[in-house]
Design a protein. Structure first.
Ligand SMILES: [Zn+2]
Length: 218
């Protein structure tokens, strides 16, 4: 480790830190791909609809500080921002969030420059990934959200849509999220019942910068 090394330049120290963070990210990624019920569930369903996601399409990489992950529709890759996760469940939620975008892209042929499409996918991803708390409150055949959960999903979705290059301003993002809210917040595919309540217990008193978009989208 160069962290405390004498005679090491700042650049070398940072490069070493990034390598270290990327290695940690890879280790956790591999673990979650094997043992997180939520991630395994998403991967299984992606495979079923013809979009198998190999580990090499989920990349750990350094990012800027404004995001924790991203989804790149072409060629269908998820980016996990090494060093930006404050817990394993934070990374787990981010993976499920981005895999939900991948699911929508594969299943519904999303046009990411269409703000209604993007908004719908964000609502679903924020709703079902555990980004917002109380996902556990989804019940079999009946989606029961607290107001707080709904407000969180809306807020996070507006932030993400507003960051779409095709979105002129936050007001437009809010309008579009409202327009598709009804149909998209009740669309829980591929989750359909209580079995989705398997995310590790998240209990954060704050929210983190949501999406999360790569050079391409989200
Ligand atoms: Zn997103």
């Amino acid at each position: 480790m160069l962290i405390t090394g004498l005679g090491v330049t700042e650049e070398e120290r940072l490069a070493d830190l990034r390598r270290h963070q990327t290695r940690n990210c890879e280790t956790t990624k591999e673990y979650l791909m094997s043992y997180s019920p939520a991630v395994v569930f998403m991967l299984k369903h992606l495979k079923e609809i013809g979009c198998e996601v190999p580990a090499s399409n989920i990349l750990c990489a350094p990012c800027d500080l404004t995001r924790v992950g991203g989804f790149s529709p072409d060629p269908g890759a998820v980016v996990l921002c090494a060093g930006q996760f404050f817990s394993q469940s934070h990374m787990e939620q981010t993976m499920v969030h981005e895999l939900m975008h991948m699911y929508d892209h594969c299943r519904f042929k999303v046009d990411w420059s269409n703000l209604r499409h993007h908004a719908c996918s964000e609502i679903r991803a924020n709703n079902l990934s555990g980004d917002c708390r109380y996902t556990r409150e989804l019940r079999r055949g009946f989606v029961s959200f607290t107001k707080q959960h709904q407000a969180c999903v809306r807020r996070q979705s507006v932030i993400s849509v507003a960051s779409n290059p095709a979105c002129p301003d936050v007001e437009t993002a809010e309008k579009v999220v409202n327009e598709v809210w009804e149909s998209c917040s009740s669309d829980t595919r591929p989750f359909d019942e209580v079995r989705l309540i398997f995310l590790s217990e998240p209990s954060y008193g704050f929210s983190w910068p949501s999406c999360r978009y790569t050079s391409t989208i989200l």
